[in-house]
Design a protein around this ligand. Structure first.
Ligand code: ATP
Ligand code: MG
Length: 356
């Protein structure tokens, strides 16, 4: 197959880890007979410095004409005191909006050889394999009004939690679709004992479940879900929830297996292209030193192969290679442990390619 991939390395270690992931994609392409065309676009601080805006129109166009987008990370101390419209993070919000990315997917996978870097005991974290699906377009983040007001002469404030039914439907349906190819369980997280929006969410989940008799649906209140994630994470398969709950729970889920440098993500739209990126940021403290862990981005590339190109075998080959490299004891600094071999970003990439 032939595919066009828009590559937005961004800032800091974004450039280093994206370079590694592309080399791995090229190696997979060679092995399986695919042609991946990589076309580069600017985003974030680099775009601000060179063209004066965090997301130039050319980058948006490039992404829209591609089959998938691979993003590194944006931001850094250099741009922190800029006015809001000149912040690198604006570029990220804008590309999500431009591509209509409505669902953010974050898998949390257990790597046996990294059990030591988890804050949880091995018996608790062992065999965790879950997928958090977070709604991205609605909820408290975008509801209007959101402002300071005066009420009876006193300072007050209002934020609005607004959802359209169809926004709930599409993300919950996606969760069920994804559950079909997994163990077949969806946990829908809400606060239905308090919020009207959650009662509609639950209603929608029940309706959609009727179309998926092979998938089990469970409802869980968000406070309980936060607790269950650390108490017994293996009970979860696919978790689906609205924007704010998902923001909080996905960060919680991301520490279960240890390192930020290991975790991939995908953001999906209705028509594509989808966007893939590591969950970590630009890590300015280790920028340019060949220290960054490239595996989160490499695993994001694997998600791209599976979700955008339907290349399951190819995706698995990458995931297997990553597992084996860890198994063999190779570690970047963030996942380093006693008795292992510490390697640089580029050495880690070489190991993955060699194992492929
Ligand atoms: P952002 O605001 O962009 O999320 P942040 O400061 O919250 O950025 P990161 O940039 O992800 O978070 O970095 C947090 C810490 O984790 C840093 O100290 C960084 O060195 C470390 N870190 C993040 N990603 C990696 C990686 N891929 N490899 C090694 N260390 C990493
Ligand atoms: Mg952060």
């Amino acid at each position: 197959m032939e595919k066009r991939i828009a590559v937005l390395p961004g800032d800091g270690i974004g450039k280093e880890v994206v370079k590694g992931a592309i080399e791995v994609l090229q190696a997979v392409g060679e092995r399986f007979g695919h042609q991946f065309h990589f076309e580069y676009g600017k985003i974030g601080g680099e775009a601000i410095d060179t063209v004066g805006t965090p997301l130039p129109d050319e980058t948006v166009e490039l992404c829209k004409q591609s089959d998938a987008v691979l993003l590194g990370a944006v931001g850094g101390p250099k741009w922190e005191s800029q006015p809001v419209h000149l912040r690198p993070e604006r570029g990220l919000l804008k590309i999500r909006k431009e591509l209509n990315l409505y669902a953010n997917l974050r898998p949390t996978t257990y790597f046996q050889s990294l059990a030591d870097s988890s804050p949880l005991r091995k018996e608790v974290i062992e065999n965790v394999d879950m997928l958090m699906v977070r709604e991205l377009t609605g909820g408290l983040y975008f509801g209007k009004p959101s402002e300071r007001i005066q009420q009876n002469g006193r300072d007050a404030v209002v934020d609005t939690l607004f959802y359209q039914r169809n926004e709930m439907e599409r993300v919950i349906k996606l969760a069920f679709e994804l559950a079909k190819s997994r163990t077949g369980k969806v946990t829908s997280v809400d606060k239905a004992n308090v919020l009207e929006s959650s009662r509609m969410w639950r209603e929608v989940a029940e309706e959609i479940a009727k179309d998926y008799p092979e998938v089990e649906l469970e409802h869980m209140l968000v406070d309980n879900a936060a607790m269950q994630l650390v108490r017994k994470p293996t009970q979860f398969d696919v978790i689906v929830t609205e924007n704010l709950f998902g923001d909080i729970l996905s960060d919680e889920a991301s520490v279960l297996t240890g390192s930020l440098g290991m975790l991939p993500s995908a953001s999906l739209s209705e028509a594509g292209p989808y966007l893939y990126e590591p969950i970590h940021g630009s890590a300015p403290d280790i920028e340019g030193r060949n220290l960054a862990n490239p595996l989160a981005t490499i695993l994001s590339a694997a998600m791209m192969l599976r979700l955008s190109f339907n290349m399951n075998e190819e995706a698995e080959a990458i995931e297997q290679a990553v597992s084996q490299v860890l198994e063999a004891g190779y570690r970047t600094g963030d996942i380093m442990a006693f008795g292992k071999h510490q390697v640089s970003t580029t050495e880690m990439v070489e190991q993955v390619k060699a194992t492929l």
